[in-house]
Design a protein around this ligand. Structure first.
Ligand code: 5GP
Length: 199
């Protein structure tokens, strides 16, 4: 079983809620969604940006809640009208953060959370250099593969694309202000709160 060479927690920048924009990145299947749900329940001042995507909805996903599910043309129109804070292609689909609501929330001082992949996080780093960037890592690559396969919603081709992409993302974890390993969900949650600056 391959093990990732990442310390359980690395916090390179002093975390603070004055970093009003928080970016959470990590490979597909690492458990970002579960941790984000827990964060929103516990810290209701946080506002989670709903992304747009060209991916087809998974069973149970609700338009406008999980994602805005866009046709490619609509997605392209938003790109051309500077409607995205960032956008990226991921495993054959496009994903982007609509900028309007993010700006509105930041303007009224509400902390904003983005749950996005690596290339998007890199774009945000350029436009919002003060954003707090957190990377969520699996305890090992094998465990990540098990979780992705366990989800059983994707085709084998999609799974392979996600696994290939996961390797690139894991190699970039040292670009982030903090790395949290999601081995035990409750422990990871505490570490995530700590990284964000919640007590
Ligand atoms: P999924 O298809 O599993 O919902 O998401 C695939 C990947 O896209 C995940 O890593 C997720 O974090 C990322 N993602 C979701 N929304 C956005 C977005 O608005 N921008 C970018 N760059 N990535 C996103």
């Amino acid at each position: 079983m391959s093990t990732l060479l990442i310390d359980p927690i690395q916090i390179m920048a002093p975390p603070s809620l004055s970093c009003r924009l928080i970016v959470l990145t990590g490979p597909s299947g690492v458990g970002k969604g579960t941790l984000v749900k827990k964060l929103l329940l516990r810290h209701q001042e946080l506002w989670l940006s709903v992304s747009a995507t060209t991916r087809v909805p998974r069973e149970g996903e609700i338009d406008g809640q999980d994602y805005f599910f866009f046709e490619q043309q609509k997605f392209d129109d938003l790109i051309n009208n500077d409607g995205f804070l960032e956008w990226a292609e991921f495993a054959g689909n496009f994903y982007g953060t609509p900028i309007k609501e993010v700006r509105e929330k930041l303007d009224i001082g509400r902390p904003v959370l983005l749950e996005i992949e690596l290339n998007g996080a890199r774009q945000v780093r350029k436009t919002f250099p003060d954003a707090l960037q957190i990377f969520l890592a699996p305890p090992s690559f094998d465990e990540l593969e098990r979780r992705i396969r366990g989800r059983a919603t994707d085709t084998e081709e999609a799974i392979q694309r996600r696994l290939t992409r996961a390797k690139d993302e894991l190699n970039a974890s040292n670009e982030f202000d903090a790395v949290v390993i999601n081995d035990d969900i409750d422990l990871a949650f505490l570490k995530l709160e700590e990284a964000i600056g919640f007590q």
